[in-house]
Ligand binder design. Structure first.
Ligand SMILES: Cc1cc2nc3c(=O)[nH]c(=O)nc-3n(C[C@H](O)[C@H](O)[C@H](O)COP(=O)(O)OP(=O)(O)OC[C@H]3O[C@@H](n4cnc5c(N)ncnc54)[C@H](O)[C@@H]3O)c2cc1C
Length: 409
């Protein structure tokens, strides 16, 4: 009797997320998503445990294969070496790759959303001609150099400084948490250039070669999240760069960085939902196999079903919301507040439910080979990365606190 309750009407268990996605996107997009899922199952799902146990970054061979699939330049125009797609393709890639390993997904994800995007937003024709094709084809990457040891949420006021010198600019200071630093040829440095200017207009962006004299990079040690992703600390010891390294306008740097982050936050939300999707499928399978109290599956307990249903509801609702907001982003209609809100909600809901998912599986959830602990740890990054949720709430709340007396009268 009880066995019948758990029978899968559609035969072998499929990813729950796929059933929701196919109602939200067209057939061509679904084919693309399935192709990336196949790649992810084959090249990442089967390898990730070994990478973790051997403390490896995403291997070069896997990066090369992602590049061959075109995953580094999905929204980049074809004439610049990209796939001519849009940000929705990037989100689908995030959902497919992060299902097995969020830190493998962030590699091409950040390469585009944090590396290529500032160049597309603010690069001049010469800069695009020099870099875009290589970046879109995954031959090298750019680092997004916003965060510093003493400046995270307060990013508008960098301690890294840049000043004009003969023939160019001199840059001093340190950036940290620099995703993809290991594979990067350049860092987009956000530096203070005019301390007396109004907030948000004090800084400028520069494209600094990682091999310039005075640039010292090292991997950050002891990081227990996004273990396959490269995260660097980069010191600029009086680095002198030429005039053509200026990216965008003088004192226009903060605008480039925050505009870039809108798309990046959507990508972070996709990572959170991929983790939730993995946990849901893992739990659906496990609670039917795990027998207890009279050799019956633990999935018969109402509390266990409660967690599974909560995950399912959260996935269906937040996925629809993320796809809808990504379409608004593609149409140029997404506000900063909307990008912040979807990142906040996907990450907090997924990370809360991940703990409950682990709890209904019991001790086995503590094992690396079970997979949930990886997603639990990586979900923490989705709460603080690309703007800490608590700091973003201040931004997202702004439009709610306008004068509403007229409405209430
Ligand atoms: C794995 C990883 C990869 C990253 N990759 C990059 C990258 O590629 N490039 C890059 O530039 N940065 C990167 N970051 C940095 C990330 O964006 C910052 O960690 C984030 O902006 C928060 O800054 P912080 O850690 O300095 O926290 P702080 O700014 O010190 O804030 C700590 C806490 O204080 C509270 N808080 C701070 N300000 C406010 C506020 N205004 N309102 C309410 N509460 C507040 C929040 O709880 C916040 O979490 C990465 C971080 C991680 C962990």
């Amino acid at each position: 009797m009880i066995g019948a309750i758990f029978q899968q009407p559609e035969g072998p268990m499929s990813r729950r997320i796929d059933t929701y996605l196919q109602d939200l996107i067209d057939e061509d997009r679904m084919d693309f998503y399935q192709a990336v899922c196949d790649f992810s199952d084959r090249e990442i799902g089967t390898q990730v445990l070994q990478w973790e146990r051997e403390h490896q970054l995403v291997p070069d061979d896997c990066i090369r294969k992602m590049a061959e699939l075109g995953l580094f330049g999905l929204p980049v125009p074809e004439e610049h070496g990209g796939q001519g797609g849009d940000h929705l393709d990037l989100i689908l890639m995030g959902l497919a790759l992060a299902y097995h390993c969020p830190s493998a997904a962030i590699t091409p994800g950040a390469a585009y959303s944090l590396g290529i995007k500032p160049l597309m937003l603010a690069g001049n024709e010469a800069q695009k001609a020099a870099h875009l094709e290589d970046l879109a084809e995954g031959r090298r990457m750019f680092v997004f150099g916003l965060s510093e040891p003493a400046r995270g949420s307060d990013a508008a006021n960098p301690e890294v400084t840049a000043s004009r010198v003969e023939g160019g600019f001199q840059i001093r200071g340190e950036k940290c948490w620099s995703t993809n630093a290991h594979w990067s040829s350049h860092v987009v440095v956000h530096a203070l250039t005019d301390p007396d200017a109004p907030n948000g207009k004090r800084s400028t962006c520069f494209l600094v070669p990682m091999d310039a004299e005075g640039v010292h990079y090292q991997e950050m040690r002891g990081k227990e999240v996004w273990k396959q992703s490269s995260t660097g600390s980069i010191v600029f010891d009086n680095v002198v760069v030429s005039e053509d390294c200026l990216l965008g306008e003088w004192n226009g740097g903060f605008k480039i960085m925050v505009t870039t982050l809108n798309g990046g936050r959507l990508f972070i939300a996709s990572l959170a939902l991929a983790s939730l999707a993995f946990a849901l499928d893992k739990c659906r399978a496990y609670v039917q196999e795990r027998m207890a109290f009279g050799n019956l599956p633990i999935g018969r307990f109402q509390r266990v079903q409660d967690v599974i249903l909560d995950m399912d509801i959260a996935l269906e609702r937040n996925l629809a919301w993320l796809i809808q907001l990504t379409q608004r982003y593609v149409a140029g209609k997404l506000s900063r507040e909307q990008a912040a809100k979807v990142k906040i909600d996907c990450s907090r809901v997924a990370s809360r439910l991940l703990l409950e998912a682990m709890e209904i599986c019991g001790g086995v959830a503590c094992l690396d080979e079970f997979g949930l602990i990886r997603h639990h740890l990586d979900l923490f990054v989705t709460r603080v990365g690309e703007g800490s949720n608590f700091a973003l709430k201040t931004l997202a709340c702004r439009p709610l606190l306008h004068d509403i007396r007229g409405v209430l009268q």
